[in-house]
Design a protein around this ligand. Structure first.
Ligand code: SIN
Ligand code: FE
Length: 306
């Protein structure tokens, strides 16, 4: 597990960014994403979520140009925040499209977010804790086998954002997928229950067995003290101003400390990977000996191509 630095002028890359990302490493970009807009960075830094705010992060949905989770905020400040996140999101989408053209035709641009709070000492319920190692899965946005690629930027002027990661999904899954109930998910007992919930609108429609399992695996890893304590750990300090990109469903990760990061998420089609066998869905289907995807992909309403 390593972090590979990419200097400005990414078109002269001598590394294979697809291989680096898909085998569970992190691409790091030391150049600042806010060099031309220092006032945007200052603004993001000053955002404070309101008292008793329910959401973990402030989200921006690029496809409908909408902000959510900001609680009670002065309307002018909310408008400014929307415009700063819109601009960041657009720049990241353009940058990522140029860096990873093979993913771009089939990707779905997901949400961007601002993470304004210091991560050390946050009191969150277990499932939402960032300081426990986990692979990402979205409760409300099923991917049907698509991968979660995230681009982060540390906007804090002096604090690094510190992550601890572990060996990639293939390793964690071969050790724990069965213990986490893979075969039951593959058989689909909970899947049929979920379909019934979706029918009465208590769960999102279009959630595959893969999505069900990945949600369960996220919780399983966070709850598993043996895994949390004994798995190999790699620590990364993302310096102020740097950006990094990682498949957060391939790389188990946790946040040790840091404040004020922004992020843009992409859902990458498993078929578009340099090596589709690296996709968690392919790894799980091999372990389970069964297809875990829905035959016909129903796009969640929140998704769009961009
Ligand atoms: C996470 O996905 O667990 C949080 C990552 C971060 O906010 O740095
Ligand atoms: Fe995560």
């Amino acid at each position: 597990m390593r972090a590979v630095e990419v200097q400005a002028g990414g078109n002269t890359l001598v590394i294979d960014p697809y291989d680096i990302l898909e085998t569970g490493n992190i691409l790091v970009f030391p150049q600042s994403f806010f060099e031309d807009v220092p006032q945007d960075r200052e603004f993001l830094l000053a955002v404070r979520p309101s008292e008793g705010q329910y959401h973990k992060n402030i989200a921006y949905r690029p496809h409908i140009d909408k902000l959510s989770g900001f609680g009670k905020m002065d309307p002018a400040a909310a408008e400014r925040l929307r415009s700063v996140l819109r601009d960041y999101s657009r720049r990241v989408i353009e940058f990522t499209g140029k860096l990873l053209p093979r993913y771009q035709p089939q990707w779905r641009v997901d949400f961007a977010s601002l993470r304004p709070l210091e991560e050390t000492g946050r009191e969150l319920p277990l499932k939402k804790r960032n300081d426990l190692l986990h692979t990402d899965a979205f409760p409300t946005r099923p991917t049907n086998g698509g991968l979660i690629l995230r681009f982060f930027t540390n906007v804090h002027p002096s604090k690094s954002r510190v992550w601890v990661t572990s060996d990639p999904f293939a390793v964690a899954a071969s050790r724990y997928a069965h213990a986490a109930g893979l075969n039951a998910f593959a058989r689909g007992s909970s899947y049929h229950f979920r379909q019934a919930l979706a029918y009465v609108r208590l769960a999102p429609a279009g959630r595959s067995r893969y999505d069900e399992f990945m949600l369960a695996f996220h919780d399983y890893l966070k709850r598993n003290q043996e895994y949390q304590q004994s798995c190999p750990k790699y620590r990364f300090e993302f310096a102020p101003g740097t950006s990094w990109m990682v498949f957060t469903d391939i790389v188990p990760h946790s946040v040790e400390s840091g404040q004020s990061a922004v992020e843009q998420t992409f859902i990458i089609s498993a078929a578009s990977l340099g090596n589709p066998k690296n996709a968690p869905v392919a790894i799980l289907e091999k372990l389970a000996g069964k297809n875990l995807r829905l035959a016909e992909r129903k796009s969640p309403e929140t998704a769009f191509h961009g």
